[in-house]
Design a protein around this ligand. Sequence first.
Ligand code: ADP
Length: 495
Amino acid sequence: MLDQSAIDTLRGNEIPPQSNFINGRWRDASGGGIRDVISPIDGAVLTSIADGTADDVDAAVAAARAAFEDGRWSRMAPAQRKKIMHRFADLIEKNALELAVLGVRDNGTEISMALKAEPGSAAGTIRYYAEAIDKVAGEIAPTPDGTLALVHREPVGVVGVIVPWNFPLMIGTWKIAPALAAGNSVVMKPAESASLSLLKLAALAQEAGLPDGVLNVVTGKGSVVGEAIGLHMGVDVLAFTGSGGTGRRLLDYAARSNLKRCYLELGGKSPNVVFADAPDLEFAANVCANGIFRNSGQVCIAGSRLIVERSIHAEFTRRVTEIAETMAIGDPLQADTQIGAVHSEAQLAQNLNFVGIAEAEGATCLTGGKRVREETGGTYMSPAVLDNVTPEATVFQKEVFGPVLTVTPFDTEEEAIRLANATEFGLAGAVWTSNLSTAHRVTKGIRSGLLHVNTYGGSDVTVPMGGMKQSGNGVDKSLHALDKYVDLKTVWMKL
Ligand code: ADP
């Protein structure tokens, strides 16, 4: 149960102007620049963040490198590192509501989702990788007699982390926790429109005992701070979640600088494939609606395409539409709100534009697709269900990142798989059926990194999360994610 009065108290807290966190100290941007932070809840200015520069990135990378080289973290005893990371997780749990409310004021996600998905998942992720510190080891390879070959797992050095605005704590810790667990130093750039909770996270890391210089945060514009991280010769690995366009730029920066490894978690256009024999159509409709409309669709794995067997097309679409119409759109800091704010005016304009294009291309908008609650000064949108969307339609192909669901009927299993695969993305998806063989064939047939059967949004730090095709490369979460932040070194010995 959420404590509404505690939330109401926290929402009134004044937030002082924020600065960068470099080498354990809070520093203004080198040029003295600041950026206003606008709350999507009501359009009000919340506070300001530092408008970081390439010089700030230089300072942060230098601090991270120095920390890495002198071994204050990279060579600290594993048991001690583990203790600090557990303390870090303890502090996140202790400050969970404060972190969640701060994040919601900044990015607009409804608090019921944010509390679980943000501090809740961040603490769990940090604990998971803390435990890996003294459990994941190198190898001795089975080489011929008279030789010994050791395979060491060594931290790569300095990891650049670039985070989006939808779930800063969750996505940020998916990257910093395994990077730190492996012994690296980190330079992190939050999204310019959602930096506050990650700055607080850095303060908690310091309080937990993470040595200075090991985790640095530089805020500011993607095209300045993000570009400087991408181009920096002192950054060894880049871990990113965001748009495909930025992912492409990061690969270009890597090519133009030191060929740093780039791990990209990009967009999605994930399908829910619903067969007529789905075990419980009401449940399926509920999950499909929640899977695209919660957090105003601002979820990488949002199930944005409904691909439904023609015999239940009308009935199932009606159910989803009815659910969309009853979902509570409102103040994200009210415990019972199901759909909070769209993150920004720009995002809202983009969402509405997609609906307009879809209608012009022949789709029928069954409900929603409008700006609502404009009188609050915030950015809100009613969830849209677009029926009869063809695979050629823009809205079928492009990620909206908003509360917009497309509906496309199918006749055969082969057609369902073909439609599911008919975009450049391959992030997530689901199949709804009572037939085990259908479930296996369809999950096998869909080229996506995360598939569900008769559910959606299954999430646990123990399983990998990453995209196929143009949804990216590499995975967050699970022990596999550690591999992104280590180099393998072979040492041959002749005995
Ligand atoms: P979104 O559309 O979700 O905002 P972006 O890819 O624009 O996705 O943003 C994700 C993160 O990438 C943010 O932290 C943003 O500041 C950063 N970013 C944006 N442009 C660039 C860039 N040119 N170089 C590096 N990082 C960038």
